[in-house]
Design a binder for this molecule. Sequence first.
Ligand code: SF4
Length: 216
Amino acid sequence: MAQAPGENEDREGVMFIGPSGKVLGQLLDIASVPRESVYMTNLVKCMLPGYRKPKSDEIEACSVYLDEEIELVDPEVLVPMGYFATRYLLDKYSLDVPGRKSFGELYGNLMLADGGKLLPLEHPAAVVYDSAKMELLSAHYRKLGVLSKECKWYDMCPMKRYYRAGILDRKWVELYCKGDWSLCVRYEIEESGMAHPDWMLPDGSIDHSLRETAGI
Ligand code: SF4
């Protein structure tokens, strides 16, 4: 979900056909995510004169369509690109909106939103203006590939047993096992073949209450 169409996109009625589209194609290739598997839309539906920032009344006018699109498409993961698209979804799902200075820390970090998932990413145009950003955006866009499949350890992971037994908060499964397993501390340890307690949570913290039910 991008901010608004550019000149070419507005004229042709097709998203991401300009220079940003080329970068987006490269980033999706890096993430091994086919472009056809992604539903694309904009926060504001018409080109903004001089590529200026959208005004709040413009966002409000277009959000009726956007909200309906989200309801109809019901995506597995909502991916807002850039400040305004991300900010709109944070507000929509009553999530904390960080200050402008720390806003960039949201990019590449999966979060839960009203039963669904949200992965804010930088807009590909960032690379058009500064090619040095390609490395950072590649790392963040790779998460799209991670999210497209659940963790390979899930079937044998104690977290699955705990979750099914109703003693583990859903957020751990959604954010890690069926989300960004590349960030899971348990995953890293599994890969290195080292030992770890069953009651270690994906972020590496220890939940002793799970230990009492480790036999589940
Ligand atoms: S807890 Fe970690 S290792 Fe276990 S299934 Fe979830 S992501 Fe994979």
